[in-house]
Design a protein around this ligand. Structure first.
Ligand SMILES: CC(C)(COP(=O)(O)OP(=O)(O)OC[C@H]1O[C@@H](n2cnc3c(N)ncnc32)[C@H](O)[C@@H]1OP(=O)(O)O)[C@@H](O)C(=O)NCCC(=O)NCCS
Length: 148
């Protein structure tokens, strides 16, 4: 069996419902907003970019980002892989696709925030090369960054 090819694709009228139905495991639901909420928020932020994550022709996840305030950084706003598709390397591939595209757009730094917790994504982001900045937001989210 060949390894599925991971791509980031624009969401269309035909695919939006399938993307909204993608969900993390129940224990992870506190770590990321539902995709329907993210897509709605993106429509009120002209700088937001969102894509569906596909493994071959199967929708498996969602990613959304926006420019940082300084123009040189890009902020990972939302990121998830459906629970049924986790542990197959799709998250790693999707983050790599996002990161690899950033320098050509003029970004020099990738940033994100996460909520600490047992089923949370901190360990995943460490494996992908992000480092903790030590900063914490009022809502408890902690910041990480990766120099591109
Ligand atoms: C975090 C998430 C996107 C990872 O996706 P995934 O497709 O399961 O990850 P992968 O299979 O690509 O894993 C890549 C590597 O990270 C490791 N990894 C995955 N999740 C991990 C975790 N929570 N802690 C530590 N390591 C983790 C894997 O073991 C793998 O390691 P390897 O390269 O040594 O084999 C997924 O668990 C998810 O959607 N979580 C819920 C939503 C969420 O928390 N989003 C982030 C909001 S800030």
């Amino acid at each position: 069996m060949t390894t599925p090819v991971v791509t980031l694709r624009e969401i269309t009228a035909e695919t939006v419902r399938a993307i909204c139905e993608l969900e993390p495991h129940e224990a992870q639901s506190g770590f990321v907003a539902p995709n329907a909420v993210s897509i709605a928020q993106a429509h009120f932020n002209p700088a937001a970019v969102f894509r569906a994550i596909y493994a071959d022709e199967a929708p498996v996840g969602f990613i959304m980002w926006r420019p940082g305030d300084d123009g040189a950084s890009c902020f990972l706003w939302r990121f998830m892989i459906d629970g049924r598709h986790q542990g197959k390397g799709y998250g790693r591939e999707a983050i790599a696709l996002w990161l690899n595209g950033l320098p050509a757009l003029g970004y020099r730094l990738a940033q994100l925030s996460y909520l600490p917790g047992d089923a949370g994504p901190h360990g995943f982001y460490l494996v992908q090369g992000f480092r903790d900045t030590g900063e914490q937001r009022a809502n408890g989210e902690r910041l990480m960054e990766l120099v591109l």
